[in-house]
Design a protein around this ligand. Structure first.
Ligand code: PXP
Length: 240
């Protein structure tokens, strides 16, 4: 089995900078350190309210990232325009609500099928891969397969929030079923949200999962160990 790729989400480096509204820490430096430590891609979320990552960060990171830039974004005309202009290798469409602390729940793909299809066509012309952040349920996977996009990122939040081992096993099995279905429908399978050093190992044993995106736990550990070590420790745990 190929190793699972690690996308490091560096939004929270920008969150720390925005706490003072100043110039440090710079997310672009975090992107470089994460890559040197073995990150397979860099993920940032340009939110409509620009609460952490700013347009300047996106442009600097686009210029410097050597692996793959994955831009998380809402499917709105403003952000689609920016993404087409900047040209990340991949975009991940996510639902976005102003009041939420972080992305809650997956996309309603069926409800937004027309706008997702039209965005998928524009990104396909630009050579940008499109991933949809969805809950691990069969209906969402089937809708994603009809949308003209190439990948799904399965929301691992309920697995990460499981209250006990039985619940975690149940939610892992839902993720495994959704992953198998997605792959059988021709979609590449990624996973993310709430993954950390304690819960990553069972998740990467799902054979269809090719890539995970992890932010909060890596940036939190980096405060104590440095980002280089935090990324290396996660990569070590992900060997399957
Ligand atoms: N994947 C997606 C689509 C997300 O929206 C987020 C949060 O920004 C993550 C992964 C990373 O989640 P976490 O910060 O909990 O690791």
């Amino acid at each position: 089995m190929d190793p699972v790729r690690l996308g490091v989400n560096i939004d929270h480096v920008a969150t720390l900078r925005q706490a003072r509204g100043g110039t440090e820490p710079e997310p672009v430096i975090a992107a470089g350190i994460a890559e040197l430590a073995g990150a397979d891609s860099i993920t940032i979320h340009l939110r409509e309210d620009r609460r952490h990552i700013r347009d300047r960060d996106l442009r600097l990171i686009r210029e410097t990232v050597q692996t793959k830039l994955n831009l998380e974004m809402a499917c709105t005309s403003e952000i689609i325009g920016i993404a087409l202009d900047v040209g990340p290798e991949q975009v991940t469409l996510v639902p976005e609500r102003r009041q939420e602390l972080t992305t809650e729940g997956g996309l309603d793909v069926r409800g937004a099928l027309d706008s997702i299809r039209s965005a998928a066509e524009r990104f396909a012309e630009a050579g940008t891969r499109v991933s949809l952040f969805i809950d691990p349920d069969a209906e969402a996977v089937r809708a994603a397969a009809e949308s003209g996009t190439q990948c799904v990122e399965l929301h691992t939040g309920s697995y990460a929030n499981a209250k006990n081992e039985a619940q975690a096993t149940q939610r892992l099995s839902e993720l495994a079923h959704a992953a198998t279905l997605a792959r059988s429908l021709g979609l590449w399978v990624y996973a993310g949200h709430g993954l950390n050093y304690a819960n990553i190992r069972p998740l990467v044993r799902i054979p269809e999962v090719e890539e995970v995106n992890i932010g909060h736990s890596i940036i939190s550990r980096a405060i104590f160990t440095g980002l280089d070590q935090a990324v290396r420790e996660m990569k070590d745990l992900m060997r399957r």
